[in-house]
Design a protein around this ligand. Structure first.
Ligand SMILES: NC(=O)c1ccc[n+]([C@@H]2O[C@H](COP(=O)([O-])OP(=O)(O)OC[C@H]3O[C@@H](n4cnc5c(N)ncnc54)[C@H](O)[C@@H]3O)[C@@H](O)[C@H]2O)c1
Length: 275
């Protein structure tokens, strides 16, 4: 569910791993755009010799557009990757719960929203789990498997086995604001925005400090552009509200950029501009 940057990546890797995938979004044109992006990614993998032409055809044939949510009724596992908004996700999960058969497991790729809270919008909180993939999904090996208060051990084990089949490394994490990864990452990104706002250094230099000084493959501001500034802000709001600790207060510059529509790579402009 959701054919944005994460949903597209999850669909691609799932299909390459042998799963049959039905891809949904709010409009057929968004699904078609995502299918085109997947096709392009698979073509590039073939050109680089990382994938055979047969494997490309097999993976592409396993993904079907599913503009109708009712298609989820026959699924074994639904992975939700829609916008990071609690009301939108709860509304979708209530509809999915009604549409899906009793055996269907519901998973969310949320970056920060409580798994327990989302699970409570369904009548199957035992069959509800967090599967938090990282961006870009075809490259990043980690999946946080997040257990809500009622998530069953069987559901956790199934989610882990799916992640392993997708050649990812699952780690089990408790349901806590930001889980483990974003609780550590977002304060660093937020601090980078404060450095930029206060004129401590230029954007390029802030990123260079972390790349060359700390050996990070990418600077925090470039990473924020990749994640999406709106998503970064949403995660910080969840950390701020969840812990009530001012150390998570979102930087005013980050807020301002989101208000301006400078959301990062996906809009062509964030901290940096993109062609
Ligand atoms: N961007 C990241 O680096 C990253 C990493 C890990 C997890 N996440 C999480 O993954 C989720 C998606 O993030 P993204 O970066 O792919 O966002 P995105 O904005 O690229 O994509 C979201 C997609 O969801 C669709 N959508 C919205 N409401 C919908 C609905 N009711 N039904 C079906 N589709 C709907 C939108 O049309 C859009 O295509 C968020 O929860 C985010 O927090 C993001």
């Amino acid at each position: 569910m959701g054919a944005g940057q994460m949903g597209t990546g999850i669909a691609q890797v799932a299909a390459q791993s042998g799963f049959t995938v039905h891809l949904n979004d709010v409009s057929p044109s968004l699904i078609e755009k995502a299918l085109g992006a997947i096709r392009g990614n698979l073509d590039r993998a073939v050109e680089k010799g990382r994938l055979s032409a047969e494997a490309r055809e097999a993976a592409a044939a396993r993904i079907e557009p599913a503009p109708d949510l009712a298609t989820a009724g026959g699924a074994d596992l639904v992975v939700e990757a829609i916008v990071e908004n609690v009301e939108a996700k709860k509304g979708l999960f209530a509809r999915l719960d009604a549409a899906c058969g009793p055996h269907t497991l519901l998973a969310t790729n949320t970056s920060s929203i409580s798994i327990t809270e989302l699970a409570a919008s369904t009548k199957r909180p035992d069959r509800f789990v967090g599967m938090h993939f990282f961006n870009p999904v075809p490259v990043m090996k980690l999946v946080e498997i997040i257990r809500g208060i009622a998530t069953s051990q069987e559901t956790v084990e199934t989610a882990k086995s799916v992640a392993l089949k997708m050649e990812k490394t699952p780690v089990e994490v408790q349901d806590s604001p930001g889980f483990a990864g974003n609780r550590m990452l977002l304060p660093m990104i937020n601090e980078a925005f404060y450095c930029l706002m206060e004129g401590v250094a230029s954007a390029e230099d802030i990123d260079t400090v972390m790349k060359l000084g700390m050996n990070h493959p990418m600077g925090p501001l470039a990473l924020a552009d990749l994640i999406g500034l709106d998503t970064c802000l949403s995660i910080l709001e969840v950390l701020n509200a969840g812990f009530g600790d001012p150390k998570y207060r979102p930087c005013p510059l980050l807020r301002k950029m989101v208000k301006a529509g400078y959301l990062g790579r996906k809009t062509g402009r964030g901290v940096y501009t993109y062609q």
